[in-house]
Ligand binder design. Structure first.
Ligand code: B1M
Length: 216
């Protein structure tokens, strides 16, 4: 078994090098040796995918590599999520419907958020990625959601979070739901500007914000 610090370095490298098998092995190895899923993500795999983003953004890594790095991260999140949800989910803190907005296929962060919310006692329905606002609303009605959460990773798709607020107002449903927004380009300022009830920087922050808005 490699040292913890070494494990984090190797986990990061496995994402940057798009080495799926190695990444999954390291995730399993870490969990088996008692390292928490959150720590594995925060100290190992997430710094890896951030570096991939930087390399891609600066033209030092290309789309095919970004795709494989994304798939590698998806596999890792799948393995780690199983350990996060475990037996802890009670689902008695409220119903949260979550989607990645239309035009946006980024769902790694959303999937982590869903697991952490579940593990913290929320009843969560994840309706996937690239979801049109009307569908988000229809599904929220069907599910009987208290909160609608959306994730947007592209500066070009963030606008869907604003459109959703407008749709809720237009349908006379704005008071019925609390809304929470997240995603790398999303900020507290954006949330305030569009009239969302809360912004969350990461999954842990999301749990705090959900508790706050559910009290209002
Ligand atoms: Co894309 N991509 N990508 N990509 N990708 C970014 C976002 C980008 C910043 C990379 C870059 O250029 N540096 C850039 C966007 C630039 C911009 O908008 N200005 C970009 C681009 C350009 C693209 C394409 C357009 C590339 C192309 O085709 N030419 C394309 C778009 C496709 C589309 O959506 N229509 C594309 C495609 C992809 C892949 C499919 C290959 C893959 C995604 C795979 C998948 O998600 N299943 C991918 C990836 C992996 C990335 C980066 C590298 C990593 C994203 C990620 O998973 N981060 C990303 C670079 C980056 O973000 N630094 C990039 C890890 C994840 C845990 O973080 O999602 O931020 P994040 O989630 C966090 C918080 O934001 C928060 O909590 C999470 C956990 O801490 N959070 C919430 C998120 N949602 C929340 C919801 C909440 C609460 C908190 O409540 C509801």
């Amino acid at each position: 078994m490699v040292e913890k610090q070494q494990l984090f370095v190797e986990a990061k490298n496995s994402i940057v090098n798009q080495n799926k098998d190695k990444a999954v092995d390291l995730a399993k190895q870490g969990l088996d040796s008692g390292v928490s899923g959150i720590e594995l993500l925060e100290k190992g795999f997430l710094p890896g995918i951030s570096e991939v983003g930087e390399l891609f953004g600066s033209g030092r890594l290309f789309l095919p590599e970004l795709i494989v790095a994304g798939q590698t991260m998806e596999k890792v999140v799948e393995v780690i999520n199983e350990s996060l949800v475990g037996g802890e989910a009670k689902g008695d803190k409220g119903k949260v419907l979550i989607a990645t907005v239309e035009g946006d296929v980024h769902d790694i962060g959303k999937t982590i958020v869903v697991s952490i919310f579940k593990a913290n006692g929320f009843d969560v329905k994840d309706i996937g990625r690239d979801v049109p606002n009307q569908k988000i609303l229809d599904e929220a009605e069907k599910f009987g959601a208290d909160v609608i959460g959306t994730s947007a990773l592209l500066t070009t798709t963030m606008v869907q979070q604003k459109n959703l607020e407008e749709l809720l107002r237009k349908e006379g449903l704005r008071e019925k739901y609390k809304t929470i927004v997240g995603g790398a380009p999303v900020t507290q300022r954006w949330a305030k500007r569009i009239g969302a009830d809360a912004y969350a920087q990461d999954a842990g922050d999301g749990v705090k914000k959900l508790a706050e808005i559910r009290k209002d």
